[in-house]
Design a protein around this ligand. Structure first.
Ligand SMILES: [Fe+2]
Length: 548
């Protein structure tokens, strides 16, 4: 039980409930107090929470107590973050997996819920809210998981009639990432998935403000299912975002048309390049330098026909290990496109890319030689079964590709080590960097090794890795037994001069207490500066963004 000091309650059960929560009743100030029951949490498997979290919806805003590392010397609040003005870290995560006796089978299909930690001069505030996508709203209204395109289907499965119904609605359960479009007062925040659909939300309240599939001049969408990417990138030196859309060829032999789009905001776009592939390739991310956008059109092929008949993306996707990866390099200034062929490799995330003084292009990626089998790692029955989960080891590792357009050649470096710990750290995933070094020569990548095996060098905990690309063997790691980190954010010190001068933030699941906390690490030393426990857990998710 928590003692709650309730202030400014505008409407219980409405969208604007504000509840100040004092974790320690002994220090709560005088005022109206109520007792809010915290749900008794069943046993969970270490590291992964794939359970409904709707019960927390009504606690819209909760003040967090911030702990200070003993002897830290940086005061009692939150260390270097005090020098950063009002800012907010938002994470997106699937948080509801069953409704009305129908369950989803893959974590990708859980309904999106956003969780934010707002950081101000007076402390931290935690909020969370389900995204009111049409998929979520229809399902809640019907009190049953409503027909929709899914990644891996539902149990019990949709009837043939429901599959037809699924095709009539947009695929808008945007539970992968969040992004800011535009600049200043005109900024729009949206939740993203690998489709051209945007679920906009208010940064302060997390309230959903609308879902749109914006038209693009010059692109004829064949349906409202338009493949795009949940990892846009900021065009260097601008506030524009870069992304792509795919218009699949439906007639045998017809090329797949990819359009690279410059997004000034969510209503203003321009096509800056167009390229073709023989088959419809699923690409979850891409690279960007000052002059080029780089795509790895790997042989993860999606059959539009199968997707329409099964309404499942996974059923429609197939890996062809004997086929090549086509590396597409498009000049974002001229639109010129060049194609290079290389071995099959499945790219999950691009860390960074930049051009060297001698005209080469460096592309750093997390990728797997085993194709799309990594996607089966996140089936919910597997995540909920401890013995299965313990078999779930990291499947991707860090690679560096050096592209020489002048000679039409590609060199690859796969990061491997005979030292078990060093090799483990090379398997970094969900990579993030100091964004001031985007598209520039850089040294540091922060991320998490998604390896659940207790026999790994960090005893099955999900650790935070700092990979040093400029000093081999100098990678660093933070981990704590039974604590499981998620994709970090790097917040640079506004007055800092070094690339790693700043703090690393991560939402960490404490499997003993079954709660998450905000972890603040020193970006240089990877030592803990501070923590702030949240009054609940945050379900297992993949991405988020730090907005300042
Ligand atoms: Fe991703």
């Amino acid at each position: 039980m928590y003692a709650v000091n309730m202030r400014n309650i505008n409407s219980l059960g409405g969208k604007t409930v504000q509840v100040k929560l004092c974790v320690d009743p002994r220090v709560c100030k005088r005022g109206v107090h109520a007792v809010v029951p915290v749900p008794v949490l069943p046993h969970v498997h270490v590291g992964v929470v794939v359970r409904e979290l709707e019960g927390f919806q009504s606690l819209n805003s909760v003040k967090l107590r911030v702990d200070t590392v003993e002897g830290d010397g940086r005061g009692v609040t939150f260390g270097r973050l005090r020098s950063v003005e009002e800012c907010e870290r938002v994470r997106n995560a699937p948080a509801m997996f069953e409704l009305g006796g129908r369950s989803v089978i893959h974590v990708f299909d859980g309904f999106a819920k956003m969780h934010s930690v707002a950081i101000g001069q007076h402390g931290l505030n935690f909020s969370s809210a389900f995204l009111k996508s049409s998929s979520y709203t229809r399902s809640k209204k019907a009190n049953r998981y409503a027909p929709s395109l899914t990644f891996l289907g539902v149990d019990p499965e949709f009837s043939e009639l429901e599959k037809v119904e699924a095709l009539l609605h947009p695929f808008d359960n945007t539970d992968v990432n969040v992004w800011k479009y535009g600049h200043g007062k005109n900024s729009v925040y949206a939740a993203l998935t690998d489709e051209w659909v945007y679920a906009k939300f208010d940064l302060e309240t997390l309230a959903t403000t609308g879902v749109s599939i914006p038209p693009i001049d010059g692109v004829h969408f064949l349906t409202h299912f338009v493949q795009s990417c949940a990892h846009p990138l900021i065009e260097p030196g601008t506030n524009n975002s870069i992304n792509y859309v795919l218009v699949p060829g439906l007639i045998p032999g017809q090329k797949q048309q990819y359009y690279v789009v410059r997004m000034m905001n969510l209503t203003s776009f321009e096509i800056i390049a167009n390229f073709q592939t023989d088959k419809s390739t699923y690409m979850h991310s891409f690279g960007l330098t000052k002059n080029y956008v780089i795509f790895f059109a790997h042989p993860a092929i999606v059959s539009v026909e199968k997707m329409v008949t099964t309404v499942e993306v996974s059923e429609a996707m197939q890996w062809f290990p004997d086929e090549k990866t086509t590396i597409v390099v498009a000049n974002i200034k001229t639109g010129k496109v060049e194609y290079l062929q290389h071995d099959a490799i499945f790219v999950t995330h691009h860390a960074n890319a930049y051009e060297t003084d001698d005209g080469k292009i460096i592309v750093d990626i997390c990728a797997s030689d085993d194709g799309i089998s990594i996607l089966t790692q996140y089936k919910i029955p597997l995540l909920r079964n401890q013995s299965d989960l313990y078999q779930s080891v990291a499947q991707t590792r860090f690679h560096r590709y050096t592209i020489d357009l002048a000679n039409k050649s590609v060199e690859t470096k796969t990061f491997r080590s005979k030292d078990p710990m060093q090799d483990f750290l090379h398997q970094i995933e969900v990579p993030i960097i100091n964004e001031n070094y985007r598209a520039q020569h850089y040294c540091y990548v922060y991320g998490v090794v998604l390896d659940f095996s207790p026999s790994n060098p960090v005893n099955g905990s999900l650790s935070i890795v700092k990979k040093n690309l400029c000093a081999p063997g100098k990678d660093q790691v933070w981990f704590h037994p039974n604590h499981h980190a998620s994709e970090p954010s790097f917040v640079p010190n506004p007055d800092g001069k070094d690339e790693d001068d700043g703090v690393v933030l991560s939402s960490v699941f404490d499997a003993i207490l079954e709660k998450n906390y905000l972890l603040i690490l020193d970006g240089k030393t990877m030592k803990k500066i501070n923590t702030a426990y949240m009054p609940t857990y945050i379900p297992f998710g993949f991405h988020g963004r730090f907005f300042s």
